[in-house]
Design a protein around this ligand. Structure first.
Ligand SMILES: *Cc1c(COP(=O)(O)O)cnc(C)c1O
Length: 240
């Protein structure tokens, strides 16, 4: 336990330092970059150890697994991020447990989530997941071709009418690569899409960009990420 906590603290410190150096070099001085520690498939002891290191933002992919953890740690002041694909029937669990959803990928799920938020009397900030590569295996609204952005604007305008959820930014997951720099064009395109949406839809004011994981978080920082989703590089590899 002692060792686990030390290891996590060391990883977190190292990554935070690298992120800060890249932020100072590539970003505006006042830009904020938050590390969300992805704890999916990690047991309570690991999360406990992470909390002991001063970590309070956690990312989870599976609503049932997350709900158990969230209730277990309900005495602590933590922020829980939903980063996985949401099935319609799991929307109530998401609405009642999380503080930020990164993975809205259709109007349909946004609408369902908004209805559930109304039931639970909560307002939920959300990000739209965008597919910036065209890979068929990826979730997200298809936005990899600029020619499709007019449709994206229309979809976003529709989601923005929903009362109980508030669209605050975009998220993407680039194709897997060994080279972190390979992610940069996808991240840059997501940032451009955010700017485009803000121009086309006054009043929208998207501010968040969730991009970068264990392999490419520095690429994320360089291209304007405000949220990094880092699992294995901080908590160690996951056992399935
Ligand atoms: C699992 C997951 C992560 C974290 O991945 P690591 O490689 O462990 O950093 C980030 N984002 C999403 C959407 C994930 O599913």
């Amino acid at each position: 336990m002692e060792n686990l906590s030390e290891k996590i603290a060391q990883n977190y410190r190292q990554i935070s330092e690298q992120v800060e150096i890249a932020r100072l070099k590539h970003r505006n001085p006042l830009d904020k970059v938050k590390i969300v520690v992805v704890s999916k498939r990690k047991p309570m002891e690991v999360i406990q150890a992470a909390i002991a290191c001063g970590i309070h933002d956690f990312g989870e992919n599976y609503p049932e697994e997350a709900a158990e953890k969230i209730s277990h740690f309900s005495g602590q002041k933590l922020t829980w991020h939903m980063i996985g694909h949401i099935q319609s029937r799991k929307a109530p669990l998401v609405a009642s447990n999380f503080q930020l959803v990164h993975s809205i990928d259709t109007f349909r799920i946004a609408d369902k989530l908004s209805q559930n938020c109304k039931q639970f009397h909560v307002d939920l900030p959300v990000l739209l997941e965008c597919n910036m590569s065209g890979e068929e295996s990826k979730f997200g609204i298809s936005a990899y071709q600029r020619e499709s952005w007019e449709q994206v604007v229309a979809q976003v305008a529709e989601i923005a009418t929903l009362k109980q959820i508030k669209l605050v930014g975009l998220m993407t997951m680039p194709p897997w690569s060994e080279d972190p720099e390979a992610s940069r064009p996808y991240f840059a395109l997501l940032r451009e899409l955010k700017d485009h949406l803000n121009l086309q839809l006054p009043g929208l004011n998207l501010s968040e960009l969730s991009m970068g994981t264990s392999t490419d978080y520095l690429a994320g920082v360089k291209e304007g990420a405000t949220l990094l989703r880092i699992g294995t590089a901080i908590l160690g590899s996951r056992v399935y």
